[in-house]
Design a protein around this ligand. Structure first.
Ligand code: BG6
Length: 492
């Protein structure tokens, strides 16, 4: 992957006392340090409206990082080195004067090579960038990292992106979609473009349908108000699911350079057939969970969650998408995501076409099934290919066949494989100026354009979510969505 040759020498975490920083960013930075990937002298400045003094923050972080599931054992020596990198500073992001203090604090080297991670509400993105610029804090090699939700629709997304663009060039903006930091998502690129086996079949001639599922067992819980503003379509499909779809469907980029990859992803997004008011009932399903049980535990319905009220927000969405281009014409892409599903898993499932003609007389109980490829992102990280095999033994009724899996599990294939945090990869890439795994503005806007069409369609025909019991796979119409085209969801 391409690095731009400018290594960042420090990171300033806005929202340094917030949930994202504590759960993900600090543990990721610690793990990068442990793996020897933080440059010598690299500094971490945590800023927030209310934040402890440096010493107290370090003590706090020691506990947080030690209890992070990915860290497990804190190495005393690494911890000493890491703690010395961290300082805290109280700063109100909306107060221009506070940036003068930040400038003083950062003076003394490396101003030009600072990364700013905006782990704050997107409402502040424009303000922070403007204030950084006015305080002279955005040098030539500065990078600003930010995350979704980049808007609520195309219009608000343009407003946010526009306000950031007033202060920064597009190449200095690193938009995170944490799914792109996941190991198996990157492996998808290797699977497709480092093997010759799949490419000849990777099109409408070889593939019958593609399914992408992100199933979660959690509900809206503590973030009800935030979630209720977005719903599953905006929260998961507009970003994570469309990014996965792009990586599955894109043409081979000419190289692994960021613009080459992102150009191909944008083409996919622009080729998505719009789903409008005439199509929504046929091609989309909206659901909302009611009370039920997940993992043997009773859970309340969406509207009964803490902070909840009557709502038409969907917690489940299933879609049948089509890509209007030469490669994918006629191949349905089924996308499905939901909260309070029976099981947590994320997978990409490729159903190949059946063989054109069988020469095998099929004895009772034997079945010839088409090849399938499953790329599982979580909880396990594995790639499984199902192929037909002869069942060993003699029979007077013909050859018995069975579909059997060839499985590649990353934990067993790679000794000492450590499952990392997606943010480790993303911070490391941003530090080296590698933009490949970050989302460009035109990608975000193309994704919103398609999603807005669905939202407008729902509104026009008054399509409200159907109820499904917590602990089930969504409304029954989700099964009808695939079945009326002769397909079935791959169940984990
Ligand atoms: C976030 C969504 O972007 O992704 C959450 O806002 C969701 O609602 C989360 O739970 C899922 O991420 P992961 O990595 O746990 O699959």
């Amino acid at each position: 992957m391409e690095n731009d040759g400018q290594l960042s020498s420090r990171i300033v975490l806005f929202g340094g006392n917030g949930d994202l920083s504590r759960r993900m960013l600090f543990p990721s930075l610690y793990l990068l340090d442990r793996d020897g990937l933080l440059p010598e002298g690299f500094l971490i400045v945590a800023v927030d409206r209310s934040i402890a003094e440096t010493e107290a923050l370090r003590e706090d972080l020691q506990k947080i990082i030690a209890s992070s599931p990915q860290v497990q054992n804190l190495d005393a020596q690494v911890w000493q080195r890491f703690a010395a990198r961290v300082t805290a500073m109280q700063l109100d992001a909306e107060q221009p004067d506070d940036y003068a203090r930040l400038a003083q604090n950062l003076a003394g080297g490396g101003l030009d090579a600072t990364m700013y991670y905006l782990a704050v509400t997107p409402k502040l993105y424009g303000t922070i960038c403007r204030n950084l610029k006015s305080a002279g804090l955005l040098g030539q090699h500065c990078r600003v990292i930010l995350e979704k939700p980049l808007g609520y629709d195309l219009q608000t997304s343009k407003q946010i992106n526009g306000s950031i663009a007033e202060a920064l060039e597009e190449d200095s903006i690193f938009r995170v979609d944490h799914y792109l930091g996941k190991e198996t998502v990157q492996n998808l690129l290797c699977l497709r473009f480092a093997n010759s086996l799949l490419e000849p079949l990777w099109n409408h001639r070889g593939i019958d349908n593609i399914q992408i599922t992100i199933a979660e067992t959690v509900g809206a819980e503590g973030r009800w108000s935030y979630y209720n503003e977005s719903g599953a379509l905006r929260d998961m499909v507009q970003n994570h699911m469309l990014q996965l779809l792009c990586l599955v469907a894109m043409e081979p980029p000419i190289e692994l350079e960021s613009h080459a990859v992102r150009d191909e992803k944008v083409k996919v997004l622009r080729s998505l057939r719009p789903i409008d008011a005439f199509q929504v009932r046929h091609n989309t399903v909206r659901g909302q969970y009611s009370a039920g049980a997940v993992g043997g535990k009773s859970v309340p319905g969406y509207t009964e969650e803490e902070g909840g009220r009557a709502s038409n927000c969907e917690t489940f969405v299933a879609l049948r998408a089509e890509i209007d281009n030469w490669r994918w014409a006629g191949v349905p892409f089924y996308l499905r995501t939901g909260k309070r599903m029976p099981k947590r898993y994320t997978e990409i499932f490729i159903q190949f076409k059946a063989i054109p003609h069988s020469i095998f007389p099929m004895p009772p109980g034997s079945e010839l099934t088409a090849n399938k490829l499953m790329i599982r992102l979580q909880p396990e990280e594995e790639v499984t290919l199902w192929i037909m095999n002869k069942v060993p033994g003699l029979t007077s009724e013909g050859t018995r066949l069975q579909s059997l899996p060839l499985n590649l599990s990353r934990t067993t294939a790679f000794e000492n494989y450590r499952r990392g945090i997606a943010y480790e990869r993303l911070i490391l890439d941003a530090m080296h100026g590698n933009r490949t795994l970050f989302v460009r503005r035109d990608e975000v806007e193309a994704a919103w354009t398609w999603v807005d069409g669905i939202v407008a369609g729902w509104k026009e025909v008054g399509m409200t979510p159907q109820s499904y019991g917590a602990g089930t796979w969504g409304p029954s119409s989700s099964f009808a969505l695939t079945e009326r085209h002769g397909h079935t969801w791959h169940e984990a």
